[in-house]
Design a protein around this ligand. Structure first.
Ligand SMILES: *Cc1c(COP(=O)(O)O)cnc(C)c1O
Length: 379
């Protein structure tokens, strides 16, 4: 089955008791048993819920994986992956990470004795030099947030396989419409379903996908033991969002390209970070591992005074100033004080994330209105 069909049908059967075509919201905490242990596979809703189960099957299918697991947020999904590790284990990750992931690694898990190495993984030699016997996991984001750097997923997984190291790819930015890390050898794919999968800025959720039955069992154990499960209403919203992912993504890509090229031509705009430019250092790899370039980008003004960026950030009318991304509406964000404020300034600057960087999540509104809005805001 092709993606567009899977998005609409995978995991979904008419409800057995009524024939309802849409998956019901099973708003229940427990299930009645005929006799102790004699049940229909449902005992307690932290462990099993039919609405969640359908969504988990759909998530697995669209990432070309066998197993899906949904969590109450993207961060909760990340948390479960790190809990596969033990004290003394080491993780190698990229130096351009979602701020909340960085905070979870540095402020929560480091104190439990897990060591994280942050490196520029666009260059795989940096990865090679950090691998040792304690390395148990490589965690990557590509394209990275917010600088749109590209990491060669197949290159990373090939290196990891030789050493038996797990690879988890945060595929939130690309979405399964643009990129499928499992096909490139990743062990686990993580999504903040809050973003493109849900797509309507009305739900917080995360998911993990894997092809490995043993990993699935260990992650399921963590899901029910730690308890960060999504409610059935939220699962319903993500299921509803998924059905139009391909149509939305097509427009996100189309509008994204037009906005990126507009910014590039604008006389007041400096550097534009978008992986669809032919002179982007990751362009060739992006073309190889992605089917398009999406609607995310960042840019700097030629005027490096952060005040100039602040003026643009508060002048847009259609682009709303807000954290998050991947919804139908266009958002504008200031990573240094918003999404990436949890990364120390010095770290941020070292990795190229300046105080005047502006990030856009280009939505699916009419492109003429979006360009006009940016034009009046940038001046
Ligand atoms: C938002 C986001 C997360 C965290 O997900 P939540 O649903 O907000 O917990 C992780 N990674 C990336 C790339 C994100 O954009």
């Amino acid at each position: 089955m092709k993606l567009a069909t899977k998005l609409i049908h995978a995991g979904i059967e008419p409800d057995p008791s009524t024939g309802a075509i849409m998956t019901p919201i099973y708003q229940t905490s427990t299930y009645v048993q005929a006799a102790p242990g004699k049940n229909k596979g449902y005992e307690y809703a932290r462990s099993q819920n039919p609405t969640r189960k359908v969504l988990e099957e759909a998530c697995a299918a669209i990432e070309n994986g066998k197993y899906g697991l949904c969590f109450s947020s993207g961060v909760a999904a990340t948390d479960a992956v790190i809990k596969l590790l033990q004290q003394g284990d080491e993780v190698i990750t990229c130096n351009d990470l979602y701020g909340g992931t960085y905070r979870l690694f540095t402020r929560v898990f480091e104190k439990f004795g897990i060591k994280f190495h942050y490196a520029n993984l666009q260059n795989l030699l940096n990865l090679q030099s950090l691998i040792n016997d304690r390395t148990k996991l490589i965690w990557i984001e590509t394209p990275t947030n917010p600088l749109m750097n590209i990491i060669d997923i197949a290159g990373v997984t090939a290196m990891a396989k030789r050493k038996n190291i797990l690879v988890c790819v945060d595929n939130t930015f690309a979405s399964p419409y643009l990129q499928n890390p499992i096909d490139l050898g990743a062990d686990i794919v993580m999504h903040s379903a809050t973003k493109y999968l849900g797509g309507h800025s009305d739900v917080i959720q995360g998911c993990l996908i894997t092809n490995d039955a043993d990993l699935r069992e260990r992650l399921y154990f963590l899901q029910k033991s730690c308890g960060a499960v999504p409610g059935p209403q939220d699962c319903f919203l993500v299921l509803r969002g998924l059905k139009t992912l391909h149509v939305r993504m097509e427009r996100h890509c189309e509008n994204g390209e037009k906005v990126a090229r507009f910014l590039c031509r604008h006389k007041k705009v400096g550097k534009v970070y978008w992986c669809g430019f032919e002179d982007h250092p990751g362009y060739e790899i992006a073309r190889k591992q992605m089917r398009g370039f999406g609607g995310m980008m960042s840019f700097e003004l030629k005027d490096e005074n952060p005040e100039a960026a602040m003026r643009v950030l508060s002048s847009t009318k259609i682009f709303s100033l807000a954290e998050s991304l991947g919804g139908v509406e266009s958002l504008i964000n200031h990573p240094a004080t918003m999404t990436h404020a949890s990364i120390p300034r010095e770290e941020r600057l070292k990795n190229g994330l300046s105080d005047s960087l502006i990030r856009l999540s280009v939505g699916i509104e009419d492109i003429d209105d979006l360009l006009e809005d940016l034009q009046q805001a940038i001046g």
